[in-house]
Write a protein that binds this ligand. Structure first.
Ligand code: ADP
Ligand code: MG
Length: 825
């Protein structure tokens, strides 16, 4: 974008008569902006201007004095504008001045000498010269020539005839599109491919222009003339086209009507001329004023046509033509004043580029063809727009076999043909949609028939899978933690070496020894899930696994008790013995298996050797023409006896292995059986322990009872049922020990089943056991604690119930738990 003010130049016409000295002076100091000073003679100053000023100074880009030739004017004024037009910007040069001041001479030129050629012919010459030089672009030049007379436009380039009057020429009217672009209807654009063609058009227009000669001045006209060069350029192969216009405007005389001294028709002319120039001035004033929203372009045809050049997208240049004679000084001053105002207008010239869609399509079509050719060259086959029926069928077969192929590595190979790839996708989509529809139908019919539940949706399934994965991770972590804790607990148990009988006497469930804090931590860490137990016990034999499924549901405390029970059980010796025997048998079987394999391969070798020997014998017989001996030789005999020996050995070993297998299986069953027996006995023992505790510990809160083994939700349910059913004494009997302190009671009411099942004692109340702490100390502590609790319980009963009831309850608490008493009440 080029942002600049309208350039103004002044050109002084040589006087007709001898030059009058002292009327004007030109100051062309190189450092300063050139200025023209008009000096009024004294006699004129009085009558002409009110303020009696004697001189007027006007600044111009450049001032061309009388002797400035046409070449200089062109070089300095028109050439730069023509250059920007060639670059793609719009340009306008207009001449403004009174009639006879040299506008036509400057714009078009004198009719007599070649050197008097004006801006138009010189510009045409320059432009065509430049176009010829530049072969990088394709240029097209069009010419239009418009005359505006009495607010009417006429096309001066009407080739049909030479007009005898302006009215004979086609009338040009203004059309405005929604974007406020001006279109001149009936103004023809003539293509000029050479300078000569363009000049012919200029002469044709000038000839037509002459017809409205007026009596006042034969050489000047009362009309405005706009000669326009339309230039389009584009680079070869590009779809972008640049358009630029150069308006060369010869305005009508700017003199005031009063001066003309004409009447009637001529006055009307003058009025119009002045009116349109008056509107031009208004537009220029409006444009030079800041913040003016409305510019009155529409007031005259001239301003409408030049709208683009004044305050728009154009590089505009004004030439003020001056006839500085004494009688014309006032008009000259007025011309200069007008020029000063024009100089204030800023224009923004932008490149007029547009993309020609036809050219784009053409280019793309060409590109497609080229690509197709290239593809045909690479693939060696000419492709049509669509695939043939046979090709489609073939593809669908491929898809079917691909879908049916169970091999996960199978691929659908269609080659590098996008048409085929696309068709495959379409076909797969269709198959998928068909399947979906079918499934939907099936589901809806099923739901109608059976009123069954909706199948799990994909999303739900995914969610569940995620949860499962998460749980798995959790379980793994917990199992690891639990393993560690269990190991610690076992070590602690081992250290304590508590006697089981003493343990029984104490009527307290087995509990953890060692650091109580550690014990608590263990309970906490082991509390969240029972799933760890599954994992720990997961390696049991299948029989055992099936028979004592509940073993896996054992709580950690229970397991500990079981371990102790197992260790002290008489059968455990048998089990261990069996284990040892089994181990032996296993290693024996293994060794036997290896020997059998050895014997087998030896047998194979011997057989091979015998055959070889036999073949050798036959071959020898044939070569020496001897009969094959019927009896085997000594060597073969030896081999055969070896073979027999090996076979026997093999048989013996095989029989032994068979017997071993039976023995092993039997031993395994025995062991499993022993384990089950042990398990059962442990259960009975555990139940006994629990019952004993109940009977011997009156300070029992039966609400806190927990079943020893079953810790599943089912067991919890069962437990709640047991608690609510007071008549089920047997069920209550197997409940394990209560928590001995209120603190523990509170804690256990919210604790998990696993936590409940771990034999407890109040952590805070157990004396901190050092290494020297004996087991009997602990047992004594527990007993003391129990008796305190028993007393507390009785006190509580006294406060709640009448004496008689308490006395009977007192008796019953020795046998039953607190809950039983409460329920009885
Ligand atoms: P306008 O178009 O402003 O009415 P013209 O261009 O017709 O004036 O000029 C009037 C006369 O003056 C013409 O005969 C023209 O040849 C002559 N003339 C104008 N300017 C010059 C000039 N710079 N040098 C020589 N003759 C000129
Ligand atoms: Mg003229």
């Amino acid at each position: 974008m080029v942002k600049q003010t309208i350039q103004i130049f002044a050109r002084v016409k040589p006087p007709v008569r001898k030059h009058q000295q002292g009327i004007y002076s030109i100051d062309e100091d190189e450092k300063l902006i050139p200025s023209l000073e008009i000096i009024l003679p004294r006699d004129l100053a009085d009558g002409f201007v009110n303020n009696k000023r004697e001189s007027y100074k006007f600044k111009f880009q450049r001032i061309f004095d009388q002797d400035a030739n046409q070449e200089t004017v062109f070089e300095n004024i028109a050439k730069p504008v023509a250059g920007s037009v060639l670059a793609g910007y719009n340009g306008t040069i207009f001449a403004y001045g009174q009639t006879g001041s040299g506008k036509t001479f400057t714009i078009t030129g004198g009719a007599e000498r070649y050197s008097d050629r004006g801006i138009i012919p010189r510009t045409l010459s320059y432009i065509f010269e430049q176009l010829q030089k530049d072969s990088s672009k394709i240029y097209t030049t069009h010419i239009s020539y418009l005359e505006i007379y009495n607010e009417c436009g006429y096309d001066l380039l009407d080739p049909r005839h030479e007009a005898s009057s302006l009215e004979d020429l086609p009338k040009v009217t203004i059309l405005e599109d929604p974007d406020q672009n001006i279109h001149l209807k009936n103004l023809t654009l003539h293509q000029a491919t050479t300078e000569e063609e363009a000049l012919n058009l200029l002469f044709l227009g000038d000839t037509n222009r002459m017809i409205a000669e007026t009596p006042m001045n034969q050489a000047s006209t009362r009309s405005h003339c706009i000669f326009t060069i339309h230039l389009s350029s584009k680079e070869p192969g590009s779809a972008t086209v640049r358009h630029a216009k150069l308006h060369l405007v010869d305005l009508a005389g700017s003199e005031r009507v009063a001066k003309t001294g004409v009447g009637g028709h001529l006055l009307t002319e003058a009025k119009y001329i002045n009116l349109s120039l008056h509107y031009l001035e208004q537009v220029i004033i409006a444009l030079s004023e800041k913040h003016r929203s409305h510019i009155p372009y529409r007031n005259s045809m001239m301003t409408s046509v030049l709208r683009d050049s004044l305050g728009g997208n154009c590089m505009t240049t004004m030439i003020a033509t001056l006839s500085l004679e004494k009688r014309n000084l006032d008009e000259s001053i007025s011309t200069c004043r007008f020029a000063q105002r024009v100089a204030l207008i800023k224009n923004e010239a932008v490149l007029n580029e547009e993309i020609n869609p036809r050219l784009v399509i053409k280019r793309l079509q060409k590109e497609i063809q080229e690509l197709k050719d290239e593809l045909a060259m690479v693939t060696g086959e000419q492709r049509t727009e669509a695939l043939t029926e046979a090709e489609l069928l073939q593809l669908e077969k491929l898809i079917t076999s691909f879908l049916e192929d169970q091999d996960s590595d199978s691929r659908l190979e269609v080659g590098a043909d996008m048409r085929k790839v696309h068709h495959c996708f379409h076909h797969l989509k269709k198959l998928l949609n068909d399947k979906k529809i079918l499934e939907n139908n099936t589901v809806s019919s099923e739901s109608k028939d059976q009123d069954c539940q909706e199948p799990l949706k994909e999303e739900e399934y995914r969610k569940l899978r995620d949860i499962l994965k998460q749980r798995d991770n959790e379980i793994n972590i917990l199992v690891n933690m639990l393993k560690k804790e269990k190991k610690k607990a076992q070590e602690a148990l081992h250290l304590a070496g508590m006697d089981r009988r003493e343990f029984r006497q104490s009527q307290s469930p087995p509990f953890r020894l060692g650091n109580p804090e550690e014990g608590q931590r263990m309970r906490l860490s082991s509390a969240p899930s029972q799933a760890q137990d599954f994992s720990i016990l997961g390696k049991r034999s299948s029989l055992l696994h099936k028979k004592i499924g509940m073993r896996e549901e054992m709580s950690l405390g229970c397991q500990e008790a079981f371990e102790i029970f197992k260790r002290d059980h008489a059968d455990s010796v048998t089990i261990d013995d069996n284990k040892q025997i089994l181990k032996q048998r296993f290693s024996e079987a293994k060794a036997l298996g290896e020997s059998i394999n050895e014997a087998r391969s030896k047998i194979g070798h011997l057989k091979e050797e015998i055959t070889q020997r036999h073949i050798q014998q036959v071959a020898l017989g044939i070569s020496e023409n001897m009969a094959v001996p019927l009896m085997p030789d000594q060597q073969e005999e030896k081999l055969r006896s070896q073979l027999e020996e090996e076979k026997r050995r093999y048989k013996t070993m095989f029989t032994r292995l068979k017997a071993l297998k039976v023995e092993i299986e039997h031993l395994q069953l025995l062991m499993d059986k022993a384990k089950v027996k042990l398990q059962k006995e442990f259960e009975v023992w555990w139940a006994e322990e629990a019952t004993n505790l109940q009977v011997n510990s009156p300070a029992v809160n039966s609400l806190d009872h927990t079943k020893p083994f079953l810790q599943t939700s089912d067991s919890q349910h069962e437990r709640s049922q047991l608690l609510s059913n007071k008549s089920d004494v047997n069920a209550r009997k197997i409940l394990p020990s209560p928590c001995p302190s209120p603190h523990s009671q509170k804690q256990s009411s919210t604790s998990t089943p696993l936590e409940d099942s771990i034999p407890k004692r109040p952590v805070s109340s157990i004396p901190l056991t050092g290494d020297s702490q004996t087991d009997s100390d602990i047992i004594a502590f527990i007993k003391a604690r129990q008796s305190i609790l028993q007393k507390q319980y009785l006190q509580l009963l006294c406060s709640l119930f009448p004496k008689s009831a308490v006395s009977s309850a007192q008796a019953s608490t020795n046998r039953k738990g607190l809950s039983d008493v409460l329920v009885t009440r």
